[in-house]
Structures are given as C-alpha cells and as structure tokens.
Design a protein around this ligand. Structure first.
Ligand code: SAH
Length: 538
C-alpha cells in the first residue's frame, strides 16, 4: 500500500518535537520554514546542542524542560485547537516511550512522526528539493530515507535551473488573467489549480470550438491558452511568457505581399538582392534520436526557425542560439487560423529578406501538419520549399508501444486518420476491417463521442485490442492497453497527457496482451540515444 502524497499547510501551527538529536535540529528548520512554531521537549540542559541554543536565543523555538507526560499533548498547543498540539515529531531512542507517545497521539488523532520508525508514524516526511515555490518530494514508502535522499539528489539534477522563475511567472500570469477576465472561483479549475493534474488536463484539453464560442467561452479562452501553453511549450519559454503573448490581439509583423501575376521582365534592384530559402522539415515525434541528419543540418544552418508548439525542447536545443532566431507557433484551440497566418507571414518576410528559414514541423510535415498548404503558399510567392520528411508519430508510436502494424495473418493494412473533422465535427469514420491497424491522430479529446459512433454506427468490434500512446518518445511517455469498448473509460479515468494517439486493431495484441484488468498502464521511455544531442557537431 502506498501513502497519500500531500503538502500540509502548517502556518501558525504548534509542533511538538520530542528529543534533541541532530535530527531534531534538522526537523526544527523544516518546521520553521513551513511557518509553524516548534516546541522542543528535553529532559535536561545537557541535551541542548549549539544549534538548538541558537534557535532559543533567536526566539525561534520554545523549550520545555520536563519528562514527557500525556498532558503536554493537550496543553501546549494554540487556542484555536483547544491547546492540543498540531503535530508531533519524536526523535528519541527509548522504544517504550516512543510507543507511549504514539498510542496517545493515535487516541487524540494528532499526526505523529517517529524518526526511523514508520510503524510508529501516521505520516512520514519526504526528502525534498525546494527552489522558490517549486518542491520536489521523494519517498520510498519507508524503504530507506538514505535511498530517498540519493534519488532526490539525482532527480533534482534534471530540474531546470530557473524552475522558481517558471513557477512564479506562470503563477503571476494566472493571477492576472483571473483578475482581468474576472473569472469567478467556480471557473478556477479551468486555470489549472487544486485538481489532480491528470484529471485536470483531460478537461483542459477539451475542444474549444473556434467558430462557435459563447461570450463565457471567450472569457475563458486566455485561461485555456495558458493551460495549453503550460502543457506544450518548452519549459524554458514559460519563464519569460508574458500577457502580450497570451493575448489574442497580437499583430502580424508585415503584410503578406500579393503574389506577382507575371514574372518581371527586367531585373530590378529588388531582384538583385540575395533571396532566402525555405525548408519544411519534419522534427520527428519527440526525441533527438529520431531526427534525420538532413533535418539537423538544416536547423543548424538556419537564420530563422519557425517551430510547431509540439516540437520537443531537446530538438529546439539544437538550434544555435547565437545566430538563429526561434519563433514558436501560438497555435492553440480557438487560435489555429491566426497563428498559421502569423507564421507564414513571418516566414515570407524572412525569405524576402534573404534569410534561410526552417519551418520545423512535428513528426512528418505532410501528415496532418498542413505541410501541403504551406508548400503551396511559399511556391505561390516564388519560393519552392525544400521538404525533408520526418518520422511521423503515427509510425513511431506503434513501434514504441510494441504494436507491429502489419503482422502475417493478423494485419495486412495500415490506415492513419484523424479523430477531428473540420470545425471540430466528428470525421467520417473508416469501415471496420479486422485485418487493419488504424492510427487515429487528434482523437483523444473526442474519444467519448468517437468510440460509440465507431461501435454502434460503423460496426467496429467492441473487443478489438487498442492502445493509447501519449507523448511517445518523451521521458513521460505513457501507453494504455485496453479494448475498444473500454478505451473511453480509460482515458477519462487516467486523464490525458497530450499529445497522444489511439491505435486500434488485432496487431495491438500480438506482442503484448492485456488480460484481466480493464486497462493496463506502462509509464516512461528511456531514451538511450537522447545524449546524442550533446555530441553531434557539423
Ligand atoms: N505531423 C505530425 C502529426 C501532427 S497532428 C506527425 O507526423 O506526427 C498532431 C497529432 O499527432 C496529435 O494530436 C497526436 O495525435 C499526434 N502526436 C504527435 N506527437 C505525438 C507524440 N509524441 N506521441 C503521441 N502522439 C503524437
């Protein structure tokens, strides 16, 4: 059984610390940081360590010099709790006394922690790393505090150095949006606090119908954008994001010039200027290891990179900071068209200036990436893009989740389709074919409507094995295996972790089965080639 992980608000509480071991001095510091008053119970003056004496001299703690009696628990606390202490920390070796204090605390329902003894504790403390408002806590569920401390140290190495700035900036933006849009508290969860993360993201990821927004929905739009940005943007960007960038009314920096009907006959000064180039490049699904060498070369030689919001941070890190400008698309529900226009205008402005522009697209540029439209746009303006394919999430996610999309006698067809039709409607559904593996992109936020339609209207088999693959190739990759009949329940129960896709077909059950339970979950992807990013030089 694992414990319920929580953070406790302890401001103004009274915490009784029994004993004065070195552990007590450490504990007192954390109690003070949490805004509570420590009262330290010691039996004689020899027990006062120099650290403890300093706390007493600075009036930070109260000392109680006496033997432990049950009355202490109900007399030294604050008025609001009828003088019952709020928490008890026991740092003594006397086993009998430990047991007495524990029994009494249980009876009075006072939370108690006995150091090195989880049996005599109703709560245990985590090994924590703190930077501003960010806290990372590690627990091994009583298996070893040294191990927890080591794990915390190692894990904290992977925390961005400016994590406190990221938290405070996002917190500030939430506050401003709430204030400016006068969102009432019932809508607070739309901005993403107080809820369990996973459940919350599934709600936030629900579709915003760009063309059918009510006044109330419009009001919520910025808060939803912020939630989406928090979900998708590279963490580094979150430290500097501002209200202007969140606002809908940003302008496109230069008007799109009209395409020339006839090529100019005489070479003008304008024509003699160096012309830039545009490349449409697939960045792969989420890991540097699946970037092509062609894509890497283009990224490292670009003057401007216009990236999709889904392009992973590890790939963006390859862009040379000193010479290349980076712009990330503001493409979120409710803003897709404008964001696309903005991106194309920026690209055109730069190629006309003579820049080498890379339009960096997630996965493959021609699979649900509007790559064809972008190709035509630039060609119409006299710049034929170079296109470099990328590994599509539709092809990589099945491999990562152990689904051989074709398998002799099981599946001899593969279909990639979308779960979202135009203007947010459900798409036309493909007919059911038991020997086909189908990958649905952009489908998870519609899954509750999609699945009944597939089963009831298009005749898909309810027992068909399927997989949800989320954030394929990212360290927080998650695979959920289940059947078509249960997949919508699974997504609702587990929440969503975008981006994610649905794979259906008997091929899902060939290498891995899920049996018994309604769904099974596999977490994580260890990218052995990830460090490639630091070692590639051109
Ligand atoms: N051009 C992209 C697809 C763009 S459409 C490609 O070829 O991969 C965006 C959809 O792709 C998302 O809604 C999701 O369904 C899927 N997707 C993109 N990246 C993914 C990833 N790392 N893991 C799972 N699904 C992903």
């Amino acid at each position: 059984m694992v414990g319920l992980v929580a953070t406790l608000k302890c401001e103004n509480e009274v915490h009784l610390v029994v004993g004065s071991s070195p552990m007590s001095a450490f504990r007192i510091r954390t109690i003070l940081e949490a805004g509570a008053l420590p009262i330290v119970l010691i039996t004689n003056d020899h027990d006062i360590s120099p650290a403890l004496r300093e706390y007493v001299e600075n009036n930070k703690i109260r000392l109680l010099k006496q033997e432990f009696t049950k009355e202490v628990l109900t007399t030294v606390g604050r008025k609001e709790t009828n003088h019952v202490v709020d928490k008890v920390f026991v740092n003594i070796n006397d086993k009998e006394l430990q047991q007495t204090i524990f029994t009494e605390c249980r009876r009075l329902r006072i939370p108690i922690n006995t150091s090195d003894n989880s049996q005599l504790s109703t709560f245990t403390l985590m090994s924590t790393y703190t930077s501003g408002d960010f806290q990372l806590g590690v627990t091994t569920n009583g298996k070893g505090c040294k191990l927890a401390a080591r794990l915390r140290r190692e894990l904290s190495q992977h925390v961005p150095t400016n994590i406190d700035k990221i938290c405070s900036n996002v917190g500030e933006l939430r506050k401003l949006i709430k204030l400016e849009d006068k969102l009432d508290d019932s809508k607070d969860s739309e901005i993403g606090e107080n809820d369990d993360d996973a459940v919350n993201t599934s709600k936030l990821n629900s579709l915003v119908k760009e063309f059918l927004m009510t006044a109330e929905e419009k009001k919520l739009r910025r808060s939803r954008w912020l939630s989406q940005i928090v979900e998708y943007y590279p963490l580094e960007k979150l430290a500097t994001l501002n209200m202007e960038e969140l606002s809908h009314e940003y302008s496109i920096r230069s008007p799109t010039p009209e395409p020339q009907a006839e090529p100019a006959q005489v070479e003008t000064e304008e024509d003699k200027r160096p012309k830039g180039s545009i490349s449409l490049i697939g960045a792969g699904p989420g890991s540097v290891s699946l970037l092509t060498i062609g894509a890497l070369h283009a990224i490292q030689n670009a003057d401007l990179v216009l990236a999709d919001k889904l392009v992973p941070q590890a790939v963006l890190d390859l862009i040379p900071k000193h010479r290349t400008q980076l712009f990330i698309a503001k493409k979120f529900p409710g803003n897709a068209e404008r964001a696309q226009e903005e991106l194309l205008a920026l690209g055109l402005e730069a190629v006309l200036r003579g820049d080498n522009v890379v339009r960096l697209k997630q996965g493959d540029p021609y699979i649900f990436g509007r790559g064809g439209e972008e190709f035509l746009f630039f060609e119409l303006h006299g710049f034929t893009p170079r296109v470099i394919p990328g590994i599509s999430s539709a092809l990589a996610a099945p491999v990562l989740s152990h689904v051989p999309m074709t398998q002799r006698d099981v599946a001899d067809q593969v279909l990639v389709c979308t779960g979202t039709g135009r203007k947010g409607a459900l798409p036309d559904l493909p007919a059911f074919n038991p020997k086909r593996t189908t990958v649905f992109l952009m489908a998870l936020h519609r899954i509750v409507e999609l699945i009944p339609k597939m089963i009831d209207e298009a005749g898909w088999a309810p027992q068909l094995p399927c997989c949800i693959v989320e954030r394929a190739l990212c360290p927080d990759q998650r695979v959920i295996r289940t059947s078509l009949a249960k997949v919508a329940d699974a997504v609702q129960a587990c929440g969503s972790r975008p981006p994610g896709l649905l794979i259906t077909g008997n091929a899902c059950g060939v290498l891995r089965e899920h049996s018994g339970s309604e769904w099974t979950i596999e977490e994580g992807y260890f990218d052995t080639l990830g460090s490639l990013a630091n070692n590639v030089h051109f």
